[in-house]
Design a protein around this ligand. Structure first.
Ligand code: NAP
Length: 326
């Protein structure tokens, strides 16, 4: 009997056909909540889940006693109870590497847009306000030659830093759980304690994963350490930043600008002042959102689930401890 896969992420017809050749596939398009009755009803007897943006709880896992693998179409795994999955012997797979460069592009787009006030001034032109030569009130700040402080220096952090160091002649500082000697040699990057980095950097870019340790890593104290001219960019997860503290830092002029792809609550609440602030560029979590990369991510997830359900080691396994070679 074919194993059963519940697909709630965006997969192409070819990718669904690939899965359907080996497994019984039930699709749930546009699933926004794990409480969806049809999804709930399908959980008993499901061997694999493939999708993203759905918070998986231990209670949901109780409804899926046959579950062997979850293939997330994301690199971030903050939506999953990893220890609980491991305890139950359920494999968790993600999609690292294939989205690194695209997400770094988004990070650099936010750096450029905030420093050079691209969105704000494009809107100004669109409104017909460009009536005379621009003056200092429209000037931005340079990106090239400045100091880039990377909070998190993994795959995406390194890719943003590479753009800065090699493309824009930036000095790179980083704060990271472990030292990265190879990147120091490649990019001339220097490791700093977080507080030192925040005080020295012209542009601070956050790329740590969201974990118990990194939740609200950047708050009032950290914003107070930054230069008043600092630009703050977050492309990791909203909850790494204490958003109320960020709003206050912007309102009080403690930092100059912020480029944000992620928020504590997504979609961003209409009540949030952030998108209305002149020095904020707010994006709807588009880090990896290109046709090429979303296709590659979905394909990685399809390959991961397919290998796992055939008893083979998936390409990107998050919880090695759950792996039992057959
Ligand atoms: P990664 O390669 O695992 O890099 C994460 C880095 O953060 C690692 O170097 C890690 O240190 C470091 N780190 C972890 N915990 C830390 C802590 N408590 N303090 C300091 N450093 C810490 O992951 P990645 O592929 O670059 O992705 C990073 C995150 O970006 C993802 O988890 C996801 O949340 C986010 N993301 C967002 C988007 C988007 O659409 N905006 C897209 C993709 C990813 P070690 O090297 O020592 O382990």
């Amino acid at each position: 009997m074919k194993k059963r896969v519940l697909a709630y992420g965006r997969l192409s017809e070819d990718q669904l056909a690939q899965l359907a050749r080996e497994f019984e596939v039930q699709t749930f398009s546009d699933l926004t909540s794990a409480d969806d009755p049809a999804f709930r009803a399908a959980l008993p007897g499901a061997h694999g889940l493939i999708g993203s943006s759905l918070a998986i709880t231990p209670e949901l896992l109780d409804s899926a006693p046959d579950l062997e693998v979850i293939a997330s179409i994301s690199v971030g795994v903050d939506n999953y109870p990893i220890d609980e999955l491991t305890r139950r012997g359920i494999l968790l797979c993600n999609t690292p590497d294939v989205l690194t460069e695209t997400t770094a592009d988004t990070g650099f787009a936010l750096i450029m847009a905030t420093a050079r006030r691209v969105v704000e001034l494009a809107e100004w032109v669109k409104r017909g306000d460009w009536q005379a030569s621009i003056g200092p009130e429209h000037f931005g700040s340079d990106v090239h030659g400045k100091t880039l402080g990377m909070v998190g220096f993994g795959r995406i952090g390194a890719a943003v830093a590479r753009r800065g160091a090699l493309g824009f002649g930036m000095k790179v500082l980083y704060s990271n759980a472990s030292p990265k000697p190879a990147l120091e040699a490649e990019l001339g990057a220097e490791r700093r304690e977080l507080a030192e980095l925040l005080a020295e950097a012209d542009i601070v870019c956050v790329t740590v994963p969201l974990t118990d340790e990194t939740e609200h890593l950047i708050g009032e104290h950290e914003f107070a350490l930054m230069k008043s001219t600092a630009i703050f960019v977050n492309i990791s997860r909203g909850k790494v930043v204490h958003e109320a503290a960020l709003i206050e830092a912007l309102e009080m002029g403690r930092i100059r600008a912020a480029g944000l792809d992620v928020f504590e609550q997504e979609p961003l609440s209409p009540e949030s002042p952030l998108p209305h602030m002149r020095h904020v560029v707010a994006l709807p979590h588009i880090g990896s959102a290109t046709f090429e990369t979303r296709t590659a991510m979905a394909q990685r997830a399809v390959d991961n689930i397919s290998l796992a359900l055939k008893g083979q080691r998936p390409i990107s396994l998050v919880n090695d401890a759950a792996w039992r070679p057959s």
